[in-house]
Design a protein around this ligand. Structure first.
Ligand code: NAD
Ligand code: DAU
Length: 356
C-alpha cells in the first residue's frame, strides 16, 4: 500500500483518478487542491469518507504549505494534475496560467526535490514525480495522416498550451539537472462525468437542456481525439506504476471527431434519451446549433499516436467514443444537482450565457 499525493484532485481528471485509486486499489490518497473555480469537492463525495482518503486545501504556489503536507503525509509518489486548464480563459487572461502552470509547477518541483533528497536510499529509488500534461504542447496537425508521437517537437499555440509546455520543460530539467525521478504523460481531450460546464461536451449537453444556443467556433471542422476520463485514469495508474523514469508517454483515445460531429451526436443522443426534457417550442435539439466567431489561434487538429503506452505498458482504452459519450450524456441527465450547483453558485458563465 502506497501513499499517493494528487494535485488538482478536485478537478475533472484528478477526481476520476482519485475515485479510481480509492475504488480499485488499496493505496492511500491525499488530494492537494486550492479549489479554484474548477475545483469541486462534490466530485469526490463518493470516496471522501473512505479512511484511505485525505484532502488538504493548498495552493501549489505556496511552498511552505507544500513542505508541510509532504512532511506530514510522506507520499511515495506525486501525480501533478493541478492547472488552469481552459484555453478560452487563457486567451482572456493568461496570468493565472503563468502563476499556476509555470510558477506552481516550479514550486512543487522544488518542494519535491527537497523532500526526495532527504529520503532514505531505498525509498528514494522508488519515488516518482508524475507530471500530467496535454497534447496541446505539440501545436496542431494540418493533414489527416499525421499523429503526435513522443518525439514530436513542441509548438504550443495558446497561452494555456505555452504554459503547459513550459511546465513539461521544467519537469525534464529537474530530472536532468537534479536527478529527480520524473515521468511525463501528454494526453488528448478527455470527456466524462464531472467535466466542468465550460468545456465543449458538458456545455453542449447543459445548454441544449436549457434551450440555449450550442456555440460552434468557426466552421466546426476542427478535430479533437476524445478519451473517456476513466480510461485516462487507468493509463495514469499504469504509467505511475510501470512507466520508466525519464520517459514520456502519449495517451489518446483513437477517437478523432470534428467538433460539429460531436455536437450533432450529442443532439441525437438527447433526442433519444431526453425527448421529454426538450424545452417548450423546440422541435429538435440540433436546431440550437449556432456558428459563432472562431477561437483566436484555434488549433485545427489533434491526434495521438498512443502505440508506445500500448506496447510498453499494455494500456488501451476500453470505451469507444459512442459508448463513452452515451454514458456521459446519461450521467449529466442523472446528475443535474452536480452541474446546477456550479451554474447557480460558483461559475460566472457570462461568456457563454450559462448563468442567465
Ligand atoms: P480542471 O480545470 O478540471 O481541474 C484543475 C484542478 O486543479 C482543480 O481542482 C483546481 O482547483 C486545481 N487547481 C488549479 N490551480 C491550482 C493551484 N494553484 N493549486 C492547487 N490546485 C489548483 O482540469 P482537468 O481538465 O481535470 O485537467 C487536469 C490536468 O490534466 C491539467 O494539468 C491539464 O492540463 C491536463 N490535461 C487535461 C485534459 C483535458 O481534456 N481536460 C487533457 C490532457 C491533459
Ligand atoms: O487536448 C487536450 C486539451 O483538451 C486539454 O489540455 C485542455 O485542458 C482541455 O480543456 C481541452 O482543450 P480544448 O480547447 O480542446 O477543449 P474545449 O472543450 O474548450 O474545446 C474543444 C473544441 O471545441 C475546440 O476545438 C474548441 C471547440 N469549442 C469549444 C467550446 C467551449 C466550440 O466549438 N464551442 C464551444 O462552445
Amino acid at each position: 500500500m502506497k501513499q499517493f499525493l494528487i494535485t488538482g484532485g478536485a478537478g475533472f481528471i484528478g477526481s476520476a483518478l482519485v475515485r479510481y485509486l480509492i475504488n480499485e486499489t488499496d493505496h492511500r490518497v491525499l488530494v492537494v487542491d486550492k479549489l479554484s473555480y474548477a475545483g469541486n469537492l462534490a466530485s469526490l463525495a463518493s470516496v471522501s469518507q473512505n479512511t484511505r482518503f485525505a484532502y488538504e486545501q493548498v495552493d501549489i504556489c505556496d511552498r511552505p504549505e507544500l513542505d508541510r503536507v509532504l512532511k506530514h503525509y510522506k507520499p511515495d509518489c506525486i501525480m501533478h494534475l493541478a492547472a488552469e486548464s481552459h484555453v478560452d480563459r487563457s486567451i482572456d487572461g493568461p496570468i493565472a496560467f503563468i502563476e499556476t502552470n509555470i510558477v506552481g509547477t516550479y514550486q512543487l518541483l522544488e518542494a519535491a526535490r527537497s523532500y526526495w533528497n532527504a529520503m532514505a536510499d531505498e525509498r528514494k529509488k522508488s519515488f516518482i514525480f508524475h507530471h500530467i500534461s496535454t497534447d496541446e504542447v505539440f501545436g496542431d496537425l494540418h493533414d489527416e495522416a499525421s499523429f503526435f508521437t513522443e518525439t514530436t517537437p513542441y509548438a504550443p499555440s495558446s497561452p494555456y498550451s505555452a504554459t503547459k509546455a513550459s511546465s513539461d520543460h521544467l519537469v525534464r530539467a529537474w530530472l536532468r539537472t537534479y536527478g529527480l525521478p520524473v515521468v511525463v504523460t501528454n494526453c488528448s481531450n478527455n470527456y466524462g462525468p464531472c467535466h466542468f460546464p465550460e468545456k465543449l461536451i458538458p456545455l453542449t449537453i447543459i445548454n441544449a437542456l436549457a434551450g440555449k444556443a450550442l456555440p460552434v467556433y468557426g466552421n466546426g471542422q476542427q478535430v479533437r481525439d476524445w478519451l473517456y476520463v476513466e480510461d485516462h485514469a487507468r493509463a495514469l495508474y499504469a504509467v505511475v506504476n510501470s512507466g520508466k523514469v525519464g520517459e514520456n508517454y502519449n495517451i489518446g483515445g483513437h477517437n478523432e471527431r470534428k467538433n460539429i460531429e460531436v455536437i450533432e451526436t450529442i443532439c441525437a443522443l438527447l433526442e433519444e434519451l431526453a425527448a421529454d426534457r426538450k424545452p417548450a417550442g423546440l422541435t429538435n435539439y440540433r436546431d440550437l446549433i449556432t456558428y459563432v466567431a472562431d477561437r483566436p489561434g484555434h488549433d485545427q487538429r489533434y491526434a495521438i499516436d498512443a502505440s508506445k503506452i500500448a506496447r510498453e505498458l499494455g494500456w488501451t482504452p476500453q470505451e469507444t467514443f459512442e459508448s463513452g459519450l452515451r454514458k456521459t450524456v446519461i450521467w449529466y441527465l442523472d446528475n443535474p444537482n452536480w452541474w446546477q450547483a456550479i451554474l447557480d453558485d460558483r461559475y460566472h458563465g457570462e461568456r457563454l450565457g450559462l448563468s442567465q
